[in-house]
Design a protein around this ligand. Structure first.
Ligand code: F0G
Length: 525
């Protein structure tokens, strides 16, 4: 029986093996992963990948482990589909309490559970589209009613025919009698029906990332991630993050206008009404997978105004930036405006469970969605209990975790900026916020080292560097998915001064190697 080297992601494993990153970890605690050396002894590794942002409390946090043990010991029910899950409501209640604190006087939010971040995005897209279609239906009901009232008024002499052609599309004439007026109403209905047949408009930011499932991948900007699957979904409209003027232009260009009739003071008028063509605008307050880019402060407030004017809901994706990572519960908290949709995931699972949450303003929520979306594992008894415990840990001691994220993040950033100051030719920028930090390396496409030069040109230098840091310094990092020149630093709030010093020493050593253009340590270590 042939034995494959790897049955799971064998190509990726081969790539990782070429950089010495195919390490089988056997234990994890706080910021440390452990593998076994040839003698079977545990070797510690400082893990700064942090589950791609899923470990704000670290690997296997003691409090979460105790809660898991308790749930198992008491045979807590996990699969309780189509029953009442009070814990799920307690999570919703606590999240609303937090949101109220972050955004005072905001209405409350309904919560829909998913299993992964991308699922939370899919849920938001599905609900936004259902909401949009219901708004279209409500508009058409109003238009039909208005048309019937106007026709009746014209037929029984209570209203005169419309005499202002300004709202009429080209080619449609004003009526001269009730028969022609009825024909006109038919043409207005056909015009409106054509709008309903158009594809909706979903905006997302260039550089943004929202997951790799079939719907969510359509709003993830990276062509490498999205384009091969474009035929499976809708075409999102991508907007440059620093160009509100472009967004306003696109909104004006894509705005759709329905035609309505009113009867005022005995006169029929043809008027225009906004047609709900905009489904939503998705954004991350800090673009993580796209290379750790903090959005400009004024962008969100300006974007919110434009979207409000267009009737376009704003979906703030905090799957990576939420749960305290940026030094507040939400990154949007720093911008002061509550979104229409708020997405959470990753760290919501306490480092041990898979759970995500799509929060939707109650005034926007469509109750029928409860009956239209589900999944076997979502809102299960285990993950909702862990989410509740995790949120309580974040909120404890008046938000000590958020203060720690700010203080630890600043300390890491300062240490790395000290290295960047000594190696401005190697490190382009240290950026991010809280414990979401990116280290951008300058390309080495002209390095005297053939290895460094070729890896740089192939976009793989960051993997060569990560493999070196792992082997020579016991520090585990990886590049961001869509910007391979950026190493992401996403530790838990428990990162120690000694661990920060370990990271700093490793990056400093790597910079010297890259500056000297001698690849041997990168390969031999
Ligand atoms: N939204 C954001 C902002 C994310 O960062 C991610 C995942 C997702 C959605 C999808 O979540 O992986 O649980 O389905 N980010 C990872 C990263 C992949 O590389 O930062 P998922």
């Amino acid at each position: 029986m042939p034995q494959a080297a790897h049955y799971a992601e064998s190509h990726l494993m081969d790539l990782l093996a070429s950089f010495g990153m195919d390490v089988p970890y056997v234990r994890a605690e706080r910021n440390t992963l452990f593998y076994r050396d040839g003698d079977g002894a545990e070797v510690p590794v400082l893990d700064l990948v942090g589950g791609f942002g899923s470990l704000i409390l670290g690997h296997n946090p003691p409090e979460i482990r105790a809660r898991v043990q308790e749930l198992l010991d008491t045979q807590a029910p996990v699969h309780i589909q189509l029953s009442r899950n009070d814990t799920a409501d307690q999570v919703g209640q606590l999240l609303n309490k937090i949101i109220q604190r972050e955004f005072p006087d905001t209405e409350d939010y309904r919560i829909v559970y998913g299993n992964s971040g991308a699922e939370a995005v899919e849920i938001a897209l599905k609900h936004a589209e259902l909401d949009r279609l219901m708004r279209v239906s409500e508009l058409f009901q109003a238009l039909d009613w208005n048309a019937s009232q106007a026709l009746a008024a014209v037929k029984d002499g209570r209203a005169t025919l419309p005499d202002d052609p300004s709202a009429l599309p080209d080619g449609i004439q004003l009526p001269t009698d009730a028969v022609e007026f009825e024909r006109l109403l038919g043409e207005l209905t056909a015009h409106n029906a054509a709008l309903a047949a158009q594809s909706p408009v979903y905006f997302a930011l260039e550089g943004g990332f929202h997951g790799k499932l079939v719907g969510s991948v359509q709003v993830s900007h990276s062509p490498a991630v999205r384009v091969p699957f474009a035929a499976l979904g809708f075409e999102a409209v991508f907007v440059p993050p620093n160009r509100l003027d472009v967004l306003q232009h696109l909104v004006d260009e894509k705005r759709a206008t329905a035609l309505d009739v009113t009867v005022t003071d005995g006169r029929v008028r043809v008027v225009t009404r906004d047609f709900p063509v905009f489904g939503g605008f998705l954004l991350e307050p800090v673009q993580g997978e796209g290379g750790i880019h903090v959005l400009p402060e004024d962008l969100l407030s300006g974007l919110k105004l434009i979207c409000e004017g267009a009737g376009c809901p704003v979906v703030v994706d905090e799957i990576q930036t939420g749960m305290g990572r940026t030094g507040a519960f939400l990154a949007a908290s720093h911008h002061g405006f509550p979104p229409d949709y708020l997405l959470l995931g990753k760290s919501l699972g306490g480092g041990v469970a898979k759970v995500s949450a799509t929060l939707i303003r109650s005034s926007r929520y469509r109750p029928v969605f409860d009956l239209m979306h589900s999944s076997t594992f979502a809102k299960d008894g285990f993950s909702t209990e862990i989410a509740l415990s995790t949120l309580r840990l974040l909120e404890a001691d008046d938000g000590r975790v958020y203060r720690l994220a700010r203080e630890r993040g600043a300390r890491i950033t300062d240490a790395l900026r000290g290295v960047a100051a000594d190696f401005p030719d190697v490190l382009r920028e240290i950026r991010g916020t809280g414990l979401l930090i990116g280290v951008e390396f300058a390309p080495r496409n002209d390095s005297p080292s053939t290895t460094i030069r070729e890896k740089s040109r192939g976009g793989l230098l960051s993997f060569l560097s990560a493999g070196y840091l792992l082997r020579a310094h016991g520090v585990r990092v990886v590049p961001t998915g869509s910007d391979l020149n950026v190493l992401r630093i996403e530790p838990s709030v428990h990162i120690s001064d000694q661990e920060i010093a370990q990271l700093e020493a490793g990056v400093r050593d790597l910079c010297l190697i890259l500056r000297n253009g001698d690849a041997r340590p990168l390969i031999e270590a």
